[in-house]
Design a protein around this ligand. Structure first.
Ligand SMILES: Cc1cc2nc3c(=O)[nH]c(=O)nc-3n(C[C@H](O)[C@H](O)[C@H](O)COP(=O)(O)OP(=O)(O)OC[C@H]3O[C@@H](n4cnc5c(N)ncnc54)[C@H](O)[C@@H]3O)c2cc1C
Ligand SMILES: O=P(O)(O)OC[C@H](O)CO
Length: 608
């Protein structure tokens, strides 16, 4: 399958010539999941992403497939039920990506600790396991005494340690989960294009949306794409995309909050397994410290965000907060900003205005200032004939749901999702988590199928998305170790070392065989090993790698978790990309400059 700069031109031509059944705006995990299920059903689907696939929030998560045990503290059982039961499903369709990695949750007698105690953590873990269906399994949860915790984690704070809970969660490679969903959709006929930005909608005679205007960010050309249905899966950008429709007032639905992670060498902060603990700052937050490659990353913060959505920055406050927490919990670590090798900041696409569950103080009969101002703005706009009576009612109707709305802290806001179609026909699928992306997409497909049947008399194949493997995941999910070992043998025969072959077999699943076939076919690029050359070539041929950052940040772990070996790879990779993508000198130097910026953002040079 070709999914490259070369095939991109034909894809854009097809998008202009054929009317689609469905156009998906936004190529993060939500859009990728919708595009996969739609294409699998035979729905003629387009997927438009203005950056690289997964360059938004879906490469900036904590990189877990998990149910969010802390949400049980907010009594958000529905979200936990949805997400933790989806863990096993994601592992089933993508057995090469999420890997079981039990979480250790140490507990302290900090006065006023805002999370669990030894009793409530056991209750929470039992609920969590039951919802996930892993109680009475090898992965069932258990508790540890303080001594047992310190045996595992000798560097963790000893004073006040009450013990710990241990429960199953999964480590994840978020960006790879996205690209392998997109690749599968493309294999099934989806027309997917990155670096193309939707800048407006087109309408039929009844003012219903029947397509979009989009700018190709590589050529600056503006094209029109016609589609029976358009779905907005732009995550934190959802309101920005909705306001591209100038014919109506848009009541914002999003409350993006920023979360930051920092990465240090594992020697500086040895954490044997994913560890999740109360910050000790009585702010209702918990922080993860997680081993990955030979690094340890920790996070996150959770702060309301109003800046540039495409490039949320790590600030000194974020660094200070996380260093204070990590050095408090690991008192011998003494981590400073100079130990930080890489970092990332992302925006949670949280749904605003969704009052916490009744347990959070319930309906106090008042509304927040924000909601009150929404009413005033709507009335003024109506009086100036800018919006319809219906729009005003929409704002008021929303208020009824937010009667219990109170200023929730970012961490109290539900991580639930929303699916709705507006009067101009635009469908929006927003919120949620990576872990329940498939379930979110399943819900959207139900709506999409119903509309296409009712309005266009079109029916499509039924697909069991719980069993529909994403690209690279086409193998028995109960035999991951065996499959990796079997595929690695092919890599060794192709001339790779056992370590290289095993790493690639583990990282790419069944697509490792394509990389090994390339290793047999191509010469190593100057300055690169055969293994790296085959990975890069595969990225260029079949993973729409268009810039060095696409490769170093999202298709591989080089920038985030393999910083030590990155510098020696930069020039040889850029040289190879320049040849493959036919860059002139100017394009090559601007690609290098752009990569340099991405790396200095990641290693926080601007704060050091
Ligand atoms: C700090 C942090 C930690 C998290 N940890 C986890 C975790 O461990 N596990 C988990 O399950 N969830 C986690 N989440 C939540 C999860 O990351 C998000 O819910 C998920 O990634 C959202 O995906 P999305 O596709 O909806 O949005 P995005 O990934 O942001 O995708 C939206 C895309 O739309 C594109 N777009 C926007 N406007 C346009 C336009 N006009 N034209 C074309 N494209 C456009 C953007 O470029 C973007 O790529 C975390 C989130 C954060 C911030
Ligand atoms: O949204 P939060 O606060 O649970 O943070 C995201 C976690 O880091 C992982 O889902």
């Amino acid at each position: 399958m070709e999914f490259s700069k070369k095939s991109r031109k034909n894809t854009i031509k097809s998008l202009q010539e054929e009317e689609l059944d469905l156009l998906v705006i936004g190529g993060g995990i939500t859009g990728a999941g919708v595009a996969l299920q739609a294409s699998a059903a035979g729905i003629k689907t387009g997927l438009i992403e203005m950056q690289d696939f997964a360059e938004g929030t879906s490469s900036r998560s904590t990189k877990l497939v998990h149910g969010g045990i802390r949400y049980l503290k907010n009594f958000d059982v529905e979200v936990v039920a949805d997400t933790v039961s989806e863990r096993a499903v994601v592992q089933q369709v993508a057995p090469h990506i999420p890997k079981p990695d039990p979480m250790l949750l140490p507990l302290y007698d900090d006065e006023g600790a805002t999370t669990f105690n030894m009793f409530s953590v056991k209750v929470a873990m039992d609920i969590y396991d039951r919802l996930a269906g892993v109680e009475n399994s090898a992965f069932a949860n258990y508790t540890l005494t303080p001594e047992e915790v310190l045996e595992r984690e000798p560097y963790i704070k000893k004073e006040g340690l009450l013990g710990a809970g241990v429960y199953l969660d999964f480590r994840n490679n978020d960006a790879r989960l996205v690209i392998d969903n997109v690749k599968k959709a493309v294999e099934d006929g989806a027309l997917a294009v990155s670096k193309m930005k939707v800048i407006g909608f087109t309408y039929d005679e009844n003012q219903k949306i029947n397509g979009v205007k989009a700018r190709d960010l590589l050529t600056d050309e503006v094209i029109e794409i016609k589609a029976k249905l358009v779905i907005n899966t732009s995550g934190p950008w959802v309101d920005k995309v909705r306001t591209l429709n100038f014919t109506r007032a848009v009541r914002p639905m999003m409350r993006p909050t920023k979360g930051v992670h920092l990465v240090v060498d594992a020697a500086k902060l040895p954490v044997p397994q994913p560890t999740y603990f109360d910050t000790g700052k009585h702010d209702g937050r918990m922080v993860f410290a997680i081993p990955r490659e030979n690094k340890t990353y920790f996070g996150t913060t959770d702060t309301d965000y109003k800046g540039d959505f495409a490039e949320p920055k790590v600030t000194q406050d974020d660094v200070d907060y996380l260093l204070e927490v990590i050095n408090f919990r690991y008192p011998e670590a003494n981590i400073t900003i100079n130990d930080i090798e890489s970092s990332w900041a992302g925006l949670r696409p949280l749904l605003g205005g969704n009052a916490g569950s009744d347990y959070n103080g319930g309906d106090n009969g008042t509304i927040s200032d924000k909601s009150f101002n929404d009413v005033l703005d709507a009335v003024v706009a109506y009086k100036e004939d800018k919006i319809s009576r219906e729009d005003v009612e929409n704002v008021l109707n929303h208020l009824e749901n937010s009667r219990g709305e109170k200023e929730l802290s970012p961490s109290q806001v539900s991580r639930g999702s929303l699916l709705e179609q507006e009067e101009d026909g635009l469908i929006t699928l927003a919120g949620g988590k990576i872990t329940d992306y498939r379930k979110m997409a399943e819900g959207a497909l139900e709506l999409i199928r119903t509309i296409l049947a009712d309005q266009y008399n079109e029916t499509f194949k039924e697909v069991d998305s719980k069993r529909y493997a994403i690209s690279g995941g086409e193998f028995d999910n109960t035999k991951v170790t065996e499959t990796v070992a079997k595929n690695a043998k092919v890599g060794i025969e192709a001339g790779l070392s056992e370590e290289e072959a095993t790493y690639i077999a583990d990282f790419y699943g069944m697509n490792s065989l394509k990389i090994f076939a390339l290793a047999k076919e191509i010469e190593a690029y100057p300055g690169l090993t055969l293994a790296e050359s085959a990975r890069l070539r595969y990225g260029l041929d079949e993973e729409i790698v268009l810039t060095p950052a696409d490769y170093f940040m999202r298709r591989t772990n080089h920038i985030l978790f393999q910083r030590d070996s990155l510098d020696d790879l930069i020039q040889p990779v850029v040289n190879a990309m320049a040849e493959y993508l036919e860059w002139n000198d100017e394009q090559k130097s601007s690609a290098l400059a752009e990569l340099d910026e991405v790396i200095s953002e990641s290693d926080l040079s601007y704060l050091k």
